[in-house]
Structure formats: structure tokens, C-alpha cells
Design a binder for this molecule. Structure first.
Ligand code: C2O
Ligand code: CU
Length: 539
């Protein structure tokens, strides 16, 4: 396609930066946000110092208390305050790992609330102006992944909050219960920012899920990620020319290969793949099946027993495991059988271990249900679709692209270019094809949930027969997705969730219910701007 002149310029400049390893003076003027493509790879942690699997105790991330709760004319609300700031993690004995994270911890604090309670989150950026080692500007944009938020609260890539500012995000929480997560979405630096620690759970409950599935102690979030450490304990970053970063240490809730004590009953695990590039294929060491009960958008119509789950970046699968059939003292491992085009290391096939203990437990929801809840999107039929769109994920001119276009082109269009412009409430069928050969792409559509109608012309995998917002598009695969453009009007992103792909530059947008040329009252960049933070650094 014929890119506008400024676009061609910035691309050529980019190549020059890569070759020279430094920013060429004057080139940055063509684009509003610089992309520092330098990688900062330090000598690797020696093998002898690597943490050993199943020696670190499992831990849960802390739940964040709201600083205020109440009720107004619209209903119940809860207000939270979170600060993005430096912190130190301990992954390797004797070394400290510098992170930049929500409240300085990784994973960040968990927001946990009931459907029907709106949330306001005051998100402060108290990060350094530029990343001390990676040198990119430390402006951030916070996306609540899984929420039908208004465009100006959706973490639009260019709606950035500078260090020293805050933004008050508003979340509606009217959707079916689900496992959400909040993470950085800052333009061109999402990968480094999430890798550096900006990721956390957000769990929304509702009566259906409260009645069917294990709760409290037996409802366990598992954020799985990977990291490569330098000899000094700091995170190394090498995205292999923007194809992806594959670490040699697997973290679950920030702990390397942890071991968890489990009682002899049914547990619910909310598994989130928060790795920036790695995909997983889960299996139990016993060969027993996993029961999948919920996907990205919450409960599936029916529970699915599977022996393996292929799990791409940002997807969420809720699985039940019944430990009652194992004897006390037995160890069950969650393993990763991996997928094509991951880079694997000695211990990346191991994830975490469960040690069965004979302790007492409550029997509430201690069962494996079969029939669950058919969420509205799972009841859509292809006959309802008023449009069918084809989208190609591919590599074009050295960039990852959607239908040959990149986010750089969306920026160059002053955020007017769109991939699709459905009317409000339209049902559409999107056929997405992987034209990029030896790569998989987990594609995420903001705002809506979709149903996977088919994968390569056949039925989707059993574990993905539920409401989804990310779809794993494997090598040479084609998926057909059915969705209704509801909840909000405005512009939302669609992108690959392999974050180096997203940043370089496999991201586009669609516009819901906005007539051509109409003024957008919910402009994602200008409708609600960040505010100067007058509070002292430690507030
Ligand atoms: Cu989880 Cu647009 O991101
Ligand atoms: Cu991709």
C-alpha cells in the first residue's frame, strides 16, 4: 500500500536507528512518540545461580482495599488508588530485581469486586522520566483487559500519562463475572513496560459464578510469565528483532516455579498468560484431565474436560482440578508442553507443583459442574451477522501489520484510520488469517467478547468454546469470530498480544457507532486528560 510521506520517512528513520543503535537527530520530529529500539542485554545470570523449580512457596498477590466505597444515584461504587513506581523483587537468592510496577510490586495489587459496583481507579505515574536502563520515555496508559470501558478509560495507546501525572480511570463492571487484568498499553513501549512489572489481576464476581465455582481460598489466580535475568539480578530484555522475548525462568504470581500446598478437594485456578511473547500448553503430570469452566469473558455454556490447553498471551482460562483423588503427600505438577515457535529452555516445561495435604476444608462448591451459563455472545448465530470482514495478520516491510497497516499509520491519520466501523449493536463475522508463516499471533479485540465459530473450517478446540476476547491464531490458521458491537460507542484498539509485535506495529482500531465526520464525545485521547499530580512522591 502507499503510505503517506511522513510514514515512509519514519520507517526509513527507524531502520537507521536500528543500524546505528542510536536515535538520528531530527528524525524523531516526524512522529509524536519516539521508539527507542535499543535493547539492553547484560551478561546473563550464570546457570548455577538459577532458581531451582519447586523450592519457592506459592503466593497470592495482595487484594487492594478501596479508599472509599459508597452509593450514588447510579449505584454502588468503590474508589481505588494505585501508584506506578520502582520496586525490588526477589527472584534469585541473594539478588534483587529492579521492577517498575503497580504499587512497586509484581504482580500488582488485585482489584476484586462484585458485578454492579463501578470502580474509579486513580492511577499515578511516579516512574522515572525515562527507563534508567532501556532509556524509553516512561509514560504509561492503563488498559483494563476484559472491560467494556469508555474509550477514554480503555488505555488507548496514545492516551499516555506522563511521570508526575495521574489519570482517574472509570470502570463500569456490568458485564458477566470474569477474570480481568490491568496492564500497561503505552504506545510503542507496552512490551518493556509490562515485562518490567506493570501487570495485575482484576477479578469481578457475580451471583452465577459465586453459586457454581469454588470461592475464597479455593479460587486461585495464577499469573504466569517468563523472565530472563542478568547476572546482577536485573531483568534482561532481548526481543530478537521484535519477534518476541522468551525468558528461561517461569514465574507464577512473580515466584519462580512455586510449590503450593493443596487440600483434598476441588480448586479453581484462574490462569492468565501474562508473558509478553511465550505461549503455553498446559497438562498435568498425572495425565488427568483439566476441567475448563470459564474463558476470557467468563463462564462457558458447558464445562469441558481436556488433557491439554493451548494458551496464548493475555488469554484467561479458569480450570478446576479435583485433588481429592490424590493421596496426602503426593505431588502433582502443572506442566508446559509448549507450542511451535516458542524458544524453550531447560526448565520452561515446568510451571508449578501442588503438594497434597490432609488438612480440613469447607465443602462449599466442592464439585465439578457440567452445565454452566450461556453468556449472550455464545448465543449469536452466523445468520445474525450484517457484515463479514477479512483480516490478515502478516509481516509487511519489516513490520508486523494487520491488513498491511500499522499503528504508525493510525497515528499519521490523526487517529482517523479504522479497520472496521460497525454500527452500534451490529453483529459481525471476522475472519482472521495468519499470513506470516512461522509465527503465532494472539489477536485481541477490545470492548467486546466474541465467540470462536471455527478454526481452519472445523470446530474450535473444546477449551475455547466460551466467551473470548483474545484468539490464538497459530501458524497458517484461519479463525472465524462472531461478535456484537455493543456496550459503548467510539474507537477501540485491535492488536496482536505478543507485545513486541503490538509495539512494532501490529495494532489498528475500529470505530463503533460513530457516523463519518461526527464529533466523538468520548475521544480516547482528549476526552479526559491526565492531571498534574501535586502529591509528594511517596503519597
Ligand atoms: Cu491486554 Cu490491548 O490489551
Ligand atoms: Cu503477533
Amino acid at each position: 500500500m502507499n503510505a503517506p510521506r511522513s510514514e515512509r520517512l519514519s520507517r526509513r528513520d527507524l531502520l537507521r536507528w536500528t543500524a546505528a543503535g542510536a536515535l538520528v537527530a531530527g528524525a524523531g520530529a516526524a512522529i509524536p512518540f519516539t521508539r527507542d529500539v535499543r535493547t539492553a542485554v547484560l551478561p546473563a545470570l550464570p546457570a548455577a545461580k538459577m532458581p531451582r523449580p519447586f523450592t519457592t512457596p506459592f503466593r497470592r498477590p495482595p487484594v487492594l482495599k478501596p479508599y472509599q466505597t459508597g452509593q450514588d444515584a447510579t449505584g454502588k461504587f468503590a474508589k481505588y488508588a494505585i501508584t506506578q513506581k520502582p520496586g525490588l523483587a526477589s527472584i534469585v537468592a541473594g539478588l534483587r530485581t529492579q521492577i517498575y510496577a503497580y504499587n512497586g510490586i509484581f504482580p500488582g495489587p488485585v482489584v476484586e469486586l462484585e458485578q454492579g459496583t463501578r470502580a474509579m481507579v486513580r492511577m499515578r505515574n511516579k516512574l522515572p522520566a525515562t527507563h534508567p536502563r532501556m532509556k524509553h520515555p516512561y509514560h504509561t496508559s492503563t488498559h483494563l483487559h476484559g472491560s467494556a470501558s469508555l474509550p477514554q478509560y480503555d488505555g488507548y495507546a496514545n492516551d499516555v500519562t506522563m511521570p508526575g501525572y495521574y489519570k482517574e480511570y472509570k470502570y463500569p463492571n456490568f458485564q458477566p463475572a470474569r477474570t480481568l487484568w490491568y496492564h500497561d498499553h503505552g504506545v510503542h513501549h507496552t512490551a518493556e513496560n509490562v515485562y518490567g512489572g506493570l501487570a495485575a489481576f482484576y477479578l469481578m464476581h457475580d451471583p452465577a459464578e459465586r453459586a457454581l465455582l469454588p470461592q475464597g481460598e479455593f479460587d486461585v489466580p495464577l499469573m504466569v510469565s517468563d523472565i530472563m535475568l542478568a547476572a546482577d539480578g536485573s531483568p534482561n530484555y532481548n526481543d530478537r528483532s521484535h519477534s518476541g522475548l522468551w525468558g528461561d525462568i517461569i514465574l507464577v504470581n512473580g515466584a519462580p516455579w512455586p510449590v503450593m500446598k493443596v487440600k483434598r478437594r476441588v480448586y479453581r485456578f484462574r490462569i492468565l498468560n501474562a508473558s509478553i511473547s511465550r505461549s503455553y500448553r498446559w497438562a498435568l503430570s498425572t495425565g488427568d484431565p483439566l476441567t475448563v469452566v470459564a474463558t476470557d469473558g467468563g463462564l462457558m455454556p458447558r464445562a469441558q474436560q481436556v488433557s491439554e490447553i493451548r494458551h496464548g498471551n493475555a488469554e484467561r482460562y479458569e480450570v478446576l482440578i479435583d485433588f481429592s483423588k490424590y493421596r496426602p503427600g503426593q505431588r502433582v505438577e502443572l506442566r508446559n508442553l509448549s507450542n511451535k515457535n516458542n524458544v524453550d529452555f531447560a526448565n520452561t516445561g515446568r510451571v508449578m507443583a501442588f503438594d497434597v495435604v490432609d488438612d480440613k476444608f469447607t465443602t462449599v462448591n466442592n464439585r465439578i459442574p457440567t452445565t454452566l451459563v450461556p453468556s449472550p455472545v455464545m448465543q449469536l448465530t452466523e445468520a445474525q451477522a450484517v457484515a463479514t470482514r477479512s483480516i490478515r495478520v502478516q509481516r509487511t516491510n519489516g513490520h508486523w501489520a494487520l491488513n498491511g497497516q500499522t499503528w504508525e499509520e493510525v497515528i499519521a491519520s490523526d487517529f482517523r484510520a479504522v479497520l472496521a466501523n460497525p454500527d452500534y449493536n451490529d453483529v459481525e463475522l471476522w475472519e482472521i488469517t495468519n499470513h506470516s508463516g512461522g509465527w503465532f499471533h494472539p489477536v485481541h479485540i477490545h470492548l467486546i467478547d466474541f465467540q470462536i465459530v471455527s478454526r481452519n473450517g472445523a470446530a474450535p478446540f473444546a477449551f475455547e468454546r466460551g466467551p473470548k476476547d483474545v484468539v490464538y491464531i497459530g501458524e497458517n490458521e484461519t479463525v472465524r469470530l462472531l461478535m456484537r458491537f455493543e456496550h459503548q460507542r467510539g474507537r477501540y484498539m485491535v492488536h496482536c498480544h505478543n507485545l513486541p509485535h503490538e509495539d512494532h506495529d501490529m495494532m489498528h482500531q475500529f470505530s463503533v457507532g460513530l457516523p463519518d465526520g461526527a464529533v466523538d464525545p468520548n475521544d480516547p485521547v482528549s476526552a479526559d486528560k491526565p492531571i498534574t499530580d501535586s502529591l509528594p512522591p511517596d503519597a
